[in-house]
Design a protein around this ligand. Structure first.
Ligand code: ADE
Ligand code: ZN
Length: 339
């Protein structure tokens, strides 16, 4: 029988919570700095990695937004995206739903079309050469106003054929879902799939509000839902998915250690949890490392891993038929394993 780590590495899975700007590895940061003539706050990749010590979400976001200043051209966004998709395919990710934060680029004078053309070119290439399917989710920065969110929404509409969903990210504290009620109403009217970060640093109330006020189909993080038993019952009953990011939660001190993470408790309670990497260039691992570290600390077994991988496709925004094709891949994979 192969090891659990090998089993995890080989199982087909979907990634549903990944910020493309959070895949900017220090090596690419250095290369972009040279190519674009932008001076960096880090002299080399090693220095950057050493500086990635975060006390909370905001301390991470400060560094994360600063690093986006290196992304200037369509080529930069293409390079960033194709590097992630190659890595994802190498880890047997079969489908990825990828966030981007256009406001962090347009605020620097980068055209919306520059960003989205670079990302889309990488998607098209990866769909054919790597056989991985992709969807793009535009995140609204919640530390900015709803009006500014509306302005980026206007800019996005001409590119609607390349955007599947609307999300909400950035600083959760002081920026409740309610602040974006009208924007999400508009997203629904335009037929977008919707998601929101909630219950990462915020409480169960934030998750409740994202569901009842924004009517999102999926919650990003959501780990604080366990504070509210009625909410948990509803998540289980309606099978509302949570995109959990274990390494991120430990790095940003949502949990003191991986052993204290509530992923297994939620999974065994029947919540539709999935494992994702959030910002892998900053948090020490891509999807397989997230599965492996969580499995080790929480003593997950093969049936837990299979359930998590199945959840990842079921929770995606793919069609029922497409989901079933991927679930069949898991079935074939598990039946081929020597027990
Ligand atoms: N943007 C990038 N990563 C994020 C996270 N973990 N939470 C909120 N916004 C983010
Ligand atoms: Zn996130």
């Amino acid at each position: 029988m192969n090891s659990l780590d090998d089993f995890i590495a080989g199982i087909p899975k979907a990634e549903l919570h990944i910020h493309i700007e959070g895949t900017l590895e220090p090596e690419l940061m250095i290369a972009l700095g040279i190519r674009n003539g932008v001076s960096l706050s880090f002299p080399d990749a090693e220095a950057a990695r050493k500086a990635y010590n975060f006390s909370d979400l905001q301390s991470f976001l400060d560094i994360y937004y600063r690093a986006t200043a290196l992304l200037l051209t369509e080529e930069d966004f293409y390079d960033l995206t194709i590097a992630y998709l190659k890595k994802a395919a190498s880890q047997n990710i079969r489908h990825a739903e990828i966030f981007f934060d256009p406001q962090s680029h347009t605020s620097r004078g980068i055209g919306f079309e520059t960003v989205i053309r670079g990302i889309e070119r990488a998607f098209v290439e990866a769909n054919s050469s790597l056989g991985i399917s992709t969807k793009l989710i535009m995140c609204i920065l919640r530390h900015l106003s709803e009006q500014e969110g509306m302005e980026i929404f206007d800019k996005a509409l001409p590119w609607k054929q390349w955007i599947s969903g609307i999300g909400l990210d950035s600083s959760e504290r002081g920026n409740p879902p309610e602040k974006f009620r009208k924007l999400f109403e508009r997203a629904h009217r335009e037929g977008f799939f919707t998601v929101a970060h909630a219950g990462e640093e915020g409480s169960a109330t934030s998750v409740r509000e994202a569901l009842d006020t924004l009517h999102v189909s999926r919650i990003d993080h959501g780990v604080h839902c366990m504070e509210d038993e009625r909410l948990v019952e509803e998540l289980v009953e309606k099978q509302i998915p949570l995109t959990v990011c274990p390494l991120s939660n430990v790095k940003l001190r949502v949990f003191k250690s991986m052993k204290e993470h509530n992923l297994k408790t939620m999974l065994h309670r029947g919540v539709a949890v999935t494992i994702n990497s959030d910002d892998p260039a900053y948090f020490g691992g891509y999807i397989n490392e997230n599965y492996i570290e969580a499995a080790k600390a929480l003593q997950l077994d093969r049936s837990d891993i299979i359930k998590l991988a199945q959840n990842s496709f079921i929770a995606s925004s793919l069609s029922t038929v497409h989901k079933q094709l991927y679930l069949n891949e898991i079935e074939r994979y598990t039946s081929q394993q020597i027990t």
